[in-house]
Design a protein around this ligand. Structure first.
Ligand SMILES: Cc1ncc(COP(=O)(O)O)c(C=O)c1O
Length: 389
């Protein structure tokens, strides 16, 4: 079922100085300030919250607030509308009454990256792109490969050599070209940039392309809708490049403007990282560490030494009265085992990290028993088994 409603996108703007950029041309990032581009929407006809229930059960149900102009360009594998599951045993253990997990591992290709790349590749198709390239920690590479396969777009994936084999193999199954790099995703980013200069391939690197954010923001819309328009008090998000966290916050702002959220406080946003690679936590503490000081994590998606959107991430953490924290590699590993055994969800290491962060917050009484807490499990644990032995 494809809806016939129209996107209300009006323009893009620089995240820093708000210079406008047109949305009907292929865009990368705001060259004026070397910052991400952010999509804006005009006022126009939108459904009432109750009417959304009649729409298709995918992230595309929010069509008006998404950037795709012609739905015939949609490249979709059924992403979004992932379940929010109560974690009863873990709630008891942490002495929290209302603990929920949104399981993004159930998306096509096994992670929330499907949302961003379904959107980015749909827009790329709409704007005539024939070749894409992406630097990735793993999940985004698989997702880009799959959506490019559907769209008939040539894909090149640049991934750290130290990524579990299955992440590498799936890209090849989807027909993408895979390039392995010694180093973390920042090194992959440098090579991808070079290849882009030489080949003219469209670079879909995190926040250097404006529409992955728009796909990921649908997590925020779904959280509101699925929780009956009463947002949780605290959201914990495993943060690498930060697009997921930024997207959820953007959705909350947009829903306020739409009148879909009544006058309620927005959740505290907590970014969770690993002790191996914690640039956002360090920045929060006033430390701007060099990228070389960070190493690979068993939570591959958290091994992001440089976040292009770091200024935006800081703004969200501060505006939401939230924060950033890190957990150890051992805690992450233990978390995967514990959540699998107690809740029946083979969670990604990134998802396990946020449970361990919450456990610490609860112990320190920095979250309170009556608060409604939402964990975002960003991916399936099935691809990480070789990290977990
Ligand atoms: C499973 C998983 N969780 C979290 C992240 C970090 O996401 P973001 O870049 O949106 O912060 C990634 C990125 O690769 C990931 O694969």
């Amino acid at each position: 079922m494809i809806q016939t409603t129209q996107s209300l996108i009006s323009h893009l703007s620089c995240a820093k100085c708000e210079t406008k950029y047109p949305h009907d041309q292929l865009q990368t990032f705001a060259t004026c300030c070397n910052q991400p581009l952010v999509a804006h929407y005009a006022r126009g006809p939108v459904p009432k919250p109750d009417d959304l229930a009649k729409r298709e059960t995918s992230m595309w149900r929010y069509t008006e607030m998404l950037p795709l102009l012609d739905q015939n360009n949609r490249v979709s594998l059924g992403e979004g509308m992932t379940p929010i599951i109560p974690l009863k045993k873990l709630a008891k253990e942490a002495n929290i009454e209302h603990l929920y997990l949104k399981d993004e591992g159930l998306n096509p290709t096994g992670s929330f990256k499907a949302r961003g790349l379904s959107m980015a590749i749909s827009k790329a198709k709409e704007l005539g792109v024939t070749e894409c390239i992406i630097p990735t920690a793993g999940n985004a590479g698989g997702a880009l490969s799959a959506y490019c396969a559907v769209a008939g777009i040539k894909a090149t994936i640049v991934m750290p050599r130290k990524t579990p084999l299955i992440f590498q193999q799936e890209c090849q199954f989807y027909g993408a070209k895979l390039i392995l790099v010694d180093g973390l995703i920042d090194e992959c980013g440098k090579l991808a940039h070079q290849i882009t200069q030489d080949s003219g391939a469209f670079n879909v690197s995190t926040l250097k392309e404006p529409y992955r954010l728009e796909g990921k923001k649908t997590m925020g819309y779904e959280i509101a809708e699925q929780m009956n328009w009463q947002l949780p008090d605290v959201i914990l998000y495993p943060t690498g490049g930060g697009t997921g966290l930024l997207g959820i916050w953007k959705a909350f702002q947009e829903m306020r403007t739409l009148g879909w959220l009544t006058d309620q406080p927005l959740p505290k946003m907590i970014a969770v990282q690993t002790a191996n690679c914690s640039p956002i936590v360090d920045l929060m503490n006033g430390i701007d560490s060099p990228p070389q000081s960070y190493t690979m994590s068993i939570a591959n998606g958290l091994s992001v030494p440089v976040a292009f959107g770091k200024d935006m991430i800081m703004q969200v953490l501060r505006a939401s009265n939230g924060g950033a924290m890190k957990v150890t590699e051992e805690e992450i590993k233990q978390g995967v085992y514990e959540i699998s055994a107690k809740e029946g969800i083979l969670i990604s290491p990134e998802g396990a990290a946020i449970w361990q962060a919450l456990r610490r917050l609860a112990k320190a009484q920095k979250v309170l028993p009556h608060e409604r807490i939402l964990l975002l499990n960003t991916g399936s644990g099935y691809k990480y088994l070789e990290n977990l032995n």
